[in-house]
Design a binder for this molecule. Structure first.
Ligand code: 5AD
Ligand code: SF4
Length: 433
């Protein structure tokens, strides 16, 4: 009987891809097979996130549950890996459910950690680790899309952010191994490749920058779409914008986190651009690609944020009219520059009220942006059945918008042409053309 592995992943897309690296290592070197039942597993791996306090609170709750599982399954071992493991290693090891703690750069040592009879830890960050030679085993989050991590870590020191501490310094993976992984994904029949990095615009491997890399990946197979995340407003270059516009199979979608519309907050956040710079980058993107989807991240209630700063965020949102946004209340992370230098002085009530205002405004913006698509035709990659109703399928257009349309003589992974008949703030409702 092969040993059974259950993996649970929290946090960002990078973490999902890291879980695929872990599965590859544990299946190739230790003979584990993936299982979807934690109750009968031999090993549970929880890949954790530390970005906000709430992300960590959820994990503590899960650990208490695993303590219960261990009572009925004495052979079960629990490994906690990822960003929270990196951040608070010792505290996690004190929890009676935890057998193994491994940080984001320590996954190669998993087989050795598993051999230890005592609880085992490795959270050493390694500024050269890119897992470049490990072919991730896909955990099945999508039938059509697959991730490739093109870099790891982060060199920006945004004052609110824990990532540079949990994932270490930035390093780019070799062009050759990225292309080899892309070819492998294409040969498995995937139709969309998503290139991942904390800041893809600063990718640089021996002189190849991100604009050149994306052209190389796109040229492998023109029937395969390319997406990428995340761009940093200070680093997104004209060269990249033109590459996206010129390569027919690079999707016209850019995730460009703004965080705040107030110059005072942006300075305190150490984002190294101001409002005007951000708006100029958006203007440039839209001048070159009027149909480009632009999404963002926004933090409400950062240290010292005044009502005027908050209003500046709302006015920037109106000015840009983002297609989509991830919106958060500021959560102080121990050890970050902000935690060391600025009091977390906005009350939870104010943070929540501002966040709600931001969420409501974004609802209007998404609806307005989708409304502009009424009557337009799009090519959509069919992802699967829609939750909206029977005989309805769904998939995204190039800009990343979710389209729902009637099932027909096509299947998952095919491209179909649709026309937008009506919209909600989240979906384009379409007919087939
Ligand atoms: N509090 C709230 N949101 C945060 N983010 C990062 N750090 C924090 C924090 N301490 C948000 C940012 C980032 C996204 C991934 O998470 O908006 O872009
Ligand atoms: Fe991803 Fe950041 Fe969470 Fe780490 S802390 S899992 S890098 S979102």
């Amino acid at each position: 009987m092969p040993k059974k592995l259950f993996i649970e992943t929290y946090g960002c897309q990078m973490n999902v891809n890291d879980s695929e690296v872990i599965l590859s290592i544990l299946s190739d070197q230790c003979g584990y097979v993936l299982s979807d039942d934690p109750l009968t597993a031999d090993l549970i791996v929880i890949n954790t996130c530390a970005i906000r306090e709430g992300a960590e609170t959820r994990i503590w709750g899960r650990l208490d549950q695993f303590t219960v599982y261990k009572r009925s399954n004495p052979n079960l071992r629990v490994a906690i890996v990822g960003c929270m493991a990196e951040r608070i290693k010792d505290k996690l090891l004190e929890h009676k459910a935890v057998d193994i703690v491994a940080g984001p750069d320590a996954y190669r040592t998993f087989p050795a950690l598993l051999e230890s009879l005592e609880p085992a830890v490795n959270v050493k960050l390694d500024k050269s680790e890119t897992y470049h030679d490990i072919l991730p085993k896909r955990i099945g989050w999508s039938k059509t899309s697959s991730y490739i991590s093109i870099m790891r870590g982060c060199n920006n020191v945004c004052s609110y952010c824990v990532v540079p501490y949990t994932r270490g310094p930035e390093r780019s993976r070799s062009v050759e191994t990225i292309l080899a992984e892309a070819r492998n994904i294409i040969s498995q029949g995937y139709k969309e490749i998503i290139l991942l990095g904390q800041n893809v615009d600063s990718y640089n491997y021996e002189g190849t920058n991100f604009a050149s890399l994306i052209r190389l990946v796109a040229a492998l197979d023109r029937s395969v779409r390319i997406r990428f995340s995340t761009s940093h407003p200070k680093d997104i270059s004209d060269e990249l914008i033109y590459a996206i516009a010129e390569e027919p199979n690079v999707c016209r979608q850019i995730h460009l986190p703004v965080q705040s519309g107030s110059d005072i907050m942006l300075e305190k956040m150490r984002r190294r651009y101001n409002r005007e710079w951000y708006l100029e980058r958006v203007r440039k993107i839209r001048e070159v690609m009027p149909d480009c989807g632009i999404s963002t991240d926004i933090i409400a209630g950062f240290c010292g944020e005044t009502e005027d700063d908050h209003k500046a965020t709302l006015s920037l949102m109106k000015e840009v009219c983002f297609d989509f946004a991830f919106m958060f209340a500021y959560s102080e992370r121990p050890g970050t520059l902000a935690a060391r230098n600025y009091p977390d002085d906005i009350s939870i009530e104010t943070k929540t009220a501002r966040l709600n205002e931001i969420i409501a405004l974004q609802g209007h913006c998404s609806l307005q942006s989708n409304g502009k698509d009424l009557g337009k035709r799009f090519e959509v990659l069919v992802e699967g059945p829609s939750k909206k109703g029977e005989n309805q399928m769904c998939g995204r257009n190039s800009a990343g918008k979710m389209c729902v349309f009637p099932a027909g003589d096509f299947g998952v992974g095919d491209y179909v042409n649709v026309r937008v008949e009506s919209v909600t703030s989240a979906t384009l409702i379409c007919t087939l053309v």
